[in-house]
Design a protein around this ligand. Structure first.
Ligand SMILES: [Fe+2]
Ligand SMILES: [Fe+2]
Length: 178
């Protein structure tokens, strides 16, 4: 398998979650209220899976390895755009998290911010994924030798194995503070 394989597989799950978010957004607009438990699940999915697990592997493994290669101007431009887009996604989920806290503390006008940040994420991910799937990942595999590709796959597996411990260690540490 190519190192692009696990990343593209993760794209499919992110797309499914975007579909679920789109369905929920229509419900929020119709009922003029948000299900806070569901918003929490969205925030956790985007933060933990889409950003830490998925963008984490892209940035810390693939992009880092590409930065050591003499890649084309076009690929270098796309990689810069992808990094900027990850930052934008991160900032949007932060805003969604903030809006959820405000809505929770009875600020009903925060529903507008929940809706607009969900809309931004729903519009952002499919375009970002298409850029990576169709214009970046596969052609970029040609910069690497077979051994380098196998090393990246191993690093990706190790990255994923660490994540479960990282997530729950952070939860325990957070509770210990209170
Ligand atoms: Fe990405
Ligand atoms: Fe991606």
């Amino acid at each position: 398998m190519l190192p692009a394989g696990p990343l593209m597989k993760e794209h499919r799950l992110i797309e499914r979650m975007i579909g679920v978010m789109d369905f929920e957004l229509k419900k929020i607009k119709k009922e003029n209220r948000a299900d806070l438990l569901f918003i929490d699940e969205i925030i956790d999915f985007i933060k933990t899976y889409a950003d830490r697990c998925h963008h984490g592997k892209e940035e810390d493994i693939l992009f880092k390895a590409l930065a050591k290669k003499n890649i084309s101007t076009e690929h270098s431009r796309i990689m810069d755009e992808l990094i900027q887009e990850h930052k934008m996604g991160r900032s949007n989920v932060k805003k969604l998290s903030q809006a959820k806290l405000e809505y929770e503390s009875a600020n009903t006008s925060a529903l507008r911010d929940i809706i607009s940040n969900m809309e931004t994420l729903i519009n952002f991910y499919p375009k970002h994924i298409e850029k990576e799937d169709k214009h970046f990942f596969i052609p970029c595999m040609d910069y690497f030798t077979g051994v380098e590709k196998d090393t990246m796959l191993r690093q990706m597996r190790e990255f994923d194995a660490e994540m479960i411990h990282e997530k729950y260690t952070a939860i325990v540490s957070e509770h210990e503070k209170t």
